[in-house]
Design a protein around this ligand. Structure first.
Ligand code: HEC
Ligand code: HEC
Length: 450
């Protein structure tokens, strides 16, 4: 326990330091020393019986879960009956374009983007495109609700690149009505589609005691629509969306070691490259004494200085992220949140290209090189320049609040960048199968299962 006091206390100290510096507060986590990291890892190993980490996340209401599962993949929730959540957050592995073989695990992103390198998704209506890259729906339900953190003096949590939906249930209500996505005209129109399906009528009743068959008032339509979001969120909380079966999890649990290159990458990630100050790599002990394995995000918001992506159809204006939300802008007269996007989890990151909110980075090698050399490589005009990422980087698409303290000039060698990429590849789930590791049998249930 005493170790933990020492671990939490300097966090506050860091906040004070960050708040008094002239930079807008950026990384929310203090970097751990190698000794602290190892001691947390060993404490977790001694305490594996306090996993699964978040028992209340797994719903006991099976009709709700089953309803959510059906809704998640139902094309009838889109205007042209051609698109579901699963279209853009695929629950089966995408195809690795280099090998033509399926990836090791589902990435819960748009497989079209992964397979063709396109940055954004097609909508239900032909010619409609979003302006942002679809992030993974995997591990998304671990994100805390959107809030202002009094201690950190920063916005934390929420769903979407700008956090505008506080919870997964609220998030799930967005896409069906988004004209660039599923494009339904109204909540009532969505409920009409649900009514067509006898299984839905039965499951809404079984899960929520809601009768969706009859004529619904506006208020009842809202209740049914919100219940739909709750059901989808319940499905997203199931283990398939957060299996914690990556190579890194087996390493954290003490079952295997990393290769020397992966281990170097982890050390760089935690120290010299400062990645872990935002993409938290250590497991966390919760207040109730349970553990949550590392989720590779602090759920904060930052502007890493990503260049504009001219390959997005329609060349939309750069996205202003958190500070572009009218509700945040109203409370942010100095514009300190403009250009900041959610720090996404890096779990399964090797199988969810392209990267960043606008998908401007094609590969892990490229984005790692960007973190390392954003401020030192030189300048090219835009991301279509053949020298992009080789001769130089374009200017940040949103110049305000670019993080200059822990990003842009890391002094990593080419070997060190390669080691970080090798480490990131250990975050892919399904290690019992893809690892072909004699220490972990192919039907191993996962390093944290008891
Ligand atoms: C046309 C493609 C498309 C469809 C269909 C779609 N999404 Fe998304 N999803 C996106 C994009 C793009 C974003 C990021 C948008 C933003 O941040 O404004 C996103 C964001 C999310 C996030 C936020 C993840 C995070 O960590 O913040 C979740 C969760 C999610 N979608 C789940 C769903 C669910 C559930 C459905 C079905 C009800 C759905 N999506 C339908 C493209 C899609
Ligand atoms: C100051 C906080 C911070 C630090 C330090 C940081 N990141 Fe990030 N990272 C972010 C944010 C914020 C985003 C989303 C940015 C965007 O899309 O504009 C992101 C996005 C990413 C993505 C793409 C995620 C996706 O779903 O597309 C990868 C990969 C990544 N970071 C890896 C790294 C690595 C490797 C390092 C260390 C070399 C690092 N990050 C350091 C905050 C940080």
């Amino acid at each position: 326990m005493t170790k933990y006091k020492a671990y939490f206390f300097p966090l506050k100290l860091w906040t004070i330091l960050a708040a008094t510096s002239s930079q807008p507060a950026a990384a929310l986590e203090r970097l751990l020393t190698p000794g602290e990291f190892e001691s947390i890892r060993h404490e977790l190993q001694d305490d594996l019986q306090h996993l699964p980490f978040n028992p209340d996340k797994e719903t006991r209401n099976w009709p709700e879960r089953l309803l959510g599962e059906k809704l998640y993949s139902d094309n009838n929730l889109s205007l042209q009956r051609n698109q579901s959540c699963a279209t853009c957050h695929q629950i089966t592995p995408a195809i690795n374009p280099e090998t033509g073989q399926p990836y090791q695990a589902p990435g819960f992103v748009d497989a079209d983007n992964v397979e063709k390198g396109t940055p954004v998704s097609d909508g239900s209506v032909a010619g409609a495109f979003g302006a942002l890259n679809a992030p993974s729906a995997g591990y998304a339900s671990f994100t805390p609700p959107f809030h202002w953190d009094q201690t950190q003096k920063a916005y934390v949590g929420g769903q979407f690149w700008n956090g505008r939906a506080s919870t997964p249930a609220e998030q799930a209500g967005g896409p069906p009505l988004n004209p660039a996505e599923m494009a339904m005209p109204s909540k009532a129109a969505v409920i009409e589609r649900l009514k067509e399906n006898a299984a839905y009528r039965a499951l809404f009743w079984a899960a929520y005691r809601l009768n969706i068959a009859g004529l619904l008032s506006a208020a009842e339509t809202d209740v049914a629509y919100n219940a739909m979001g709750k059901a989808i969120a319940a499905f997203e909380r199931t283990r398939s969306f957060g299996p914690f079966t990556s190579k890194y999890d087996y390493f954290l649990a003490g079952r295997i070691e990393l290769t020397p290159q992966e281990r170097l990458g982890l050390d760089l990630f935690n120290n010299k490259a400062q990645c872990a100050s935002c993409h938290v790599s250590a497991p966390k002990k919760n207040r109730e004494g349970t553990w949550t394995p590392a989720l590779f995000t602090d759920y904060g918001y930052d502007n890493i200085g990503a260049p504009r992506n001219l390959d997005i159809p329609g060349n939309p204006e750069p996205n202003k992220g958190l500070g572009g939300r009218p509700d945040i802008a109203a409370r942010d007269p100095q514009g300190l949140e403009i250009g900041k996007h959610k720090t996404m989890s890096l779990r399964n990151i090797a199988i969810t290209a392209p990267y960043g909110h606008n998908g401007v980075f094609k590969s892990l090698e490229q984005i790692t090189h960007f973190y390392n050399t954003r401020d030192t490589l030189g300048r090219v005009a835009d991301n279509r320049d053949p020298g992009f990422g080789i001769k130089g980087w374009p200017l940040p698409e949103v110049p305000q609040n670019v993080n200059a303290s822990s990003i842009g000039n890391l002094g990593l060698t080419a070997q060190e960048e390669a080691a970080i990429v090798a480490f990131l590849k250990t975050l892919t789930d399904g290690y019992p199968i893809w690892g072909r590791d004699p220490r972990v049998s192919s039907n191993d249930p996962g390093p944290y299962e008891r």
